[in-house]
Ligand binder design. Structure first.
Ligand SMILES: Cc1cc2nc3c(=O)[nH]c(=O)nc-3n(C[C@H](O)[C@H](O)[C@H](O)COP(=O)(O)OP(=O)(O)OC[C@H]3O[C@@H](n4cnc5c(N)ncnc54)[C@H](O)[C@@H]3O)c2cc1C
Length: 380
């Protein structure tokens, strides 16, 4: 990857995360994937190193590094374990970022410092059995009751739910208003009225834990509401662009890991009297994967630099997310193909990358939703 134009502080962060990942994550990634979890201490370690606070300002315990730093962090962690990168990203780019951008000063100062130190873990609970790409179909209700609310409903596919302390959760305070009736709430997962289901078995991202969250008569105080009533998800969709940039960077890191696995295999494996890497088809495939990943990284960096410069970036973030995650899926498929039967075996890293990649095209707005966003911007 061409990182020649990274500033010194960006290159230093990249080097630090890369070396940490190579030592502490990559050697254990296969085992954590099979176990369906990773040690909680790893989260605290990311906090101690100051990396969970990369995209947050110093008043809440962040390092003020901004979106480029955050993209570098996501890319490097994803090279080691996509599951761990997913858990970190849901915690920071969704749960913590929602509190930071939309929460009150009291909520920011109370929740973010321990969360950015890795002492508290957050999750983002939007999806439901009936609510996916169409955000207006959320059924979880928050009904006014005295000076607070009572919440009822069920959230599905919630990353981090089994290990999380709190959730930023989307509920409807005015069902007749659809999207404009959605409101964000802070839900503490150990309080009465909330139950977290058992771990959900999934195709990839094995190390990240996922579960259902069921609310039955959960009492939320007025001070648990994040932002005004009815503006919750609309506002979140505007400010949580960091998530799309993170997904794009994630795609680059995972794609690079797949490329490295394919290159190592092609150098080592001999067929037709020499290493596979001498075959033109293999060489050209590797060259195409490297070129597209480079393009994906440059799009990602560009979108992140726009954010840090305070410039409009919604379309560029969608373009980066769309291109990078689709490139990642293609790169992981090509890498598995080049690794042949050896790559297909469950002990290989190539098959893990192949299983991990697909969800990047689904979360944070599917590819079709990104295309729609870009097309709308073209229409003006
Ligand atoms: C590993 C994993 C982790 C997740 N973690 C979380 C989490 O932490 N929190 C959370 O809230 N959710 C989470 N989700 C759920 C995620 O939010 C949803 O997958 C996402 O919102 C898409 O919804 P859906 O999967 O129901 O797909 P659907 O919306 O049902 O879409 C199915 C297909 O139809 C296409 N489609 C839908 N509408 C249109 C349209 N108008 N035009 C063209 N095509 C369309 C989609 O692009 C997609 O290909 C996670 C999912 C997975 C797999």
């Amino acid at each position: 990857m061409s990182d020649a134009l990274l500033a010194d502080h960006e290159a230093a962060l990249q080097e630090a995360v890369r070396s940490f990942t190579a030592k502490e994550i990559t050697p254990n990634a296969g085992e954590w994937d099979r176990a369906g979890r990773y040690p909680r201490e790893l989260f605290s370690r990311l906090g101690e190193l100051g990396w969970l606070g990369t995209a947050f300002p110093e008043d809440v315990g962040g390092s003020g590094g901004g979106s480029v730093h955050y993209a570098i962090l996501c890319r490097e962690l994803a090279r080691g374990s996509a599951g761990i990168a997913l858990g970190m990203y849901v915690h920071t780019a969704l749960a913590c970022a929602a509190v930071h951008h939309l929460g009150s000063e009291e909520q920011r100062l109370r929740l973010l410092p321990p969360a950015l130190r890795g002492e508290q873990i957050g999750c983002w609970a939007y999806a439901e059995a009936g609510a996916g790409s169409d955000v207006s179909t959320v059924r979880t209700r928050a009904v006014r009751d005295g000076d607070g609310y009572v919440l009822d409903g069920a959230k599905l596919y919630i990353t981090n739910a089994p290990i999380a302390d709190f959730s930023v959760l989307v509920a409807s305070t005015a069902p007749e208003q659809g999207l404009r009736g959605l409101t964000l709430f802070l839900v503490e997962l150990d309080r009465p009225g909330v139950a977290v289901g058992g771990p959900m078995a999934k195709l990839g991202m094995g190390a990240s834990e996922m579960a259902e969250i069921v609310l039955e008569g959960y009492r939320a105080a007025e001070s648990d509401r994040v932002g005004p009533e009815g503006t919750g998800l609309l506002a979140a969709m505007k400010v949580l662009t960091l998530g799309r940039i993170a997904a794009a960077a994630f795609g680059v890191g995972l794609g690079e890991a797949a490329l490295e696995a394919a290159l190592a295999h092609a150098r080592e494996r001999e067929q037709f009297g020499g290493p596979l890497v001498r075959q033109q088809f293999v060489r050209f495939t590797l060259a195409d994967v490297a070129t597209r990943l480079e393009a994906a990284w440059q799009l990602t960096l560009h979108a992140a630099r726009l954010v840090d410069a305070g410039r409009p970036h919604a379309t560029e973030a969608s373009m980066a997310k769309l291109f990078s995650t689709e490139t990642c899926t293609w790169a992981c498929e090509r890498a598995l193909h080049l690794c042949g039967a050896q790559g297909y075996m469950l002990e290989s890293a190539a098959q893990r990358f192949y299983r991990d990649c697909k969800v990047l095209e689904l979360g944070e707005g599917t590819s079709e939703i990104q295309r729609e966003t870009i097309a709308r911007a073209l229409e003006g």
